[in-house]
Design a protein around this ligand. Structure first.
Ligand code: PMP
Length: 401
């Protein structure tokens, strides 16, 4: 039996995409000019789908730190911290982050995906139950699968639905319960009603893990995330975050005030059995955390840009995925073929956004997703709005013919 046959249907889908132009996986970025501009297919393109929220990928201090680390420590750590040793710079990054987050301790993982795997499997075991928001990121679902815990899904952003499920579990008796929420949901850009979820926590009791992947550096007065914005940090037991967005690097972290938190290092395979991040990655991440702490104006600029793009799209009459302004600005398109066609037209006109199609989207919706950067200029935001306007107008003209 050919084991690859189970994927044959994907070929058909990819061919359909290629008939419409390019496909997101096939797009090749020839050259990166800045955090917000690149050469794609030989033409200068505005990047509006990078998650480079702070526009920090070319910050001088980060690049210098990375180069120094390459010179002084070489290209890689060649192994896990448990087996091959911790570098002083790993510790320095964890301390810098703990200071930024105002948490007792931080554990750095090699990617954000692995941070979720490691944290969830480190916290929950076979006798425990993990309650997941239905729209949770794939890494959260995978973390739950790896943990062996029982998985219970509740309706997206619905604290009453979670309460019902917890009440049912109370009758049955069980082990520990871990609830996982995200600070900003990656596809629609919406936030959880954190206060209401905390009310449920007080009534039923559970441990809360908050994935601040898209909100770390972005929300709250000091950039600590949605919990800081809501004034509820004391209620969040564990945080997960990534370096691939506002930190502009790669890696992930878990953070907590729990006195036993550091034992996760000895209890979770996603930390123990994979190589630690390379010296240059660690050094650029540490420099980026310092940049975020020293430049609150990046957050202000990001908010300003996000609001302009959100309002510009609303004025065009686009069907917004979320009413609240966030740096994820996504719009609904009615079907897969139109979404692919619009995405291609946008790319040809000179703007790169994310094409988001089922099954990776909430409610199997078809989306064009933009992520805003603090580094976008007014002219960039205007251009994104203008090109969306052109593409929508073109589509409406074709529909009327
Ligand atoms: N959590 C969420 C909510 C995410 O959106 C992502 C990535 N998009 C991750 C975790 C994984 O992070 P990374 O890509 O840095 O591994």
């Amino acid at each position: 039996m050919d084991l690859m046959q189970k994927h044959a249907h994907l070929l058909e889908r990819q061919q359909k995409m290629l008939q419409a132009g390019l496909d997101e996986v096939v797009v090749c970025i020839d050259r990166i000019l800045s955090p917000t501009h690149a050469i794609i297919n030989g033409r200068e393109t505005v990047l509006a789908g990078t998650n480079n929220y702070m526009g920090i990928t070319f910050a001088e201090s980060c690049i210098e730190a990375g180069k120094r680390a390459l010179d002084d420590f070489g290209t890689g750590t060649t192994g896990s911290r448990v087996a091959n040793g911790t570098y002083a710079m790993h510790r320095e990054l964890e301390e810098e982050l703990a200071k930024f987050l105002n948490r007792r301790s931080v554990i750095v993982f090699t990617t954000g995906y692995q941070a979720n795997l490691g944290m969830i499997a480190g916290l929950a075991g076979a006798n425990d139950t993990v309650y997941l928001d239905a729209d949770s990121h794939a890494s959260i679902y995978d973390g739950c699968a790896v943990s062996g815990a029982q998985l219970v899904r509740f309706r997206h952003n619905d604290p009453d639905n979670l309460a019902k499920r917890l009440a049912r579990a109370n009758d049955e008796g069980e082990g520990g319960r871990l609830v996982i929420l995200e600070g900003i949901y990656s596809m629609y850009g919406d936030r959880p009603p954190l206060k209401e979820f905390i009310d449920v926590k007080r009534e039923y009791g559970y441990t809360l893990l908050l994935d601040e992947a898209h909100s770390f550096g972005v929300l709250g007065e000091n950039g600590r995330g949605v919990a800081e914005e809501a004034g509820l940090e004391d209620e969040v037991d564990f945080i997960v975050g990534t370096f691939s967005k506002s930190i502009g690097s790669i890696g992930g972290f878990g953070a907590s005030d729990h006195p036993l938190f550091d034992l996760i290092r000895y209890a979770t395979r996603a930390y123990m059995f994979t190589a630690s991040p390379s010296p240059s990655t660690i050094a650029t991440s540490t420099a980026a955390v310092r940049e975020l702490a020293q430049h609150p104006e990046f957050r202000d600029r990001l908010r300003y840009n996000s609001k302009r793009l959100h309002e510009g799209f609303k004025d065009l009459g686009l069907k917004m995925c979320c009413d609240v302004v966030s740096p994820v600005v996504a719009v609904h398109v009615e079907d897969e073929a139109s979404t692919v066609a619009m995405w291609n037209a946008l790319l040809q006109e000179g703007v790169y956004v994310n094409l988001a199609l089922p099954p990776g989207t909430p409610n199997n919706s078809c989306l064009l997703r933009c992520s805003v950067s603090a580094a976008h200029s007014d002219a960039d935001i205007d251009k994104i709005i203008e090109l969306f306007g052109n593409v929508v107008a073109h589509r409406e003209t074709r529909a009327a013919e």
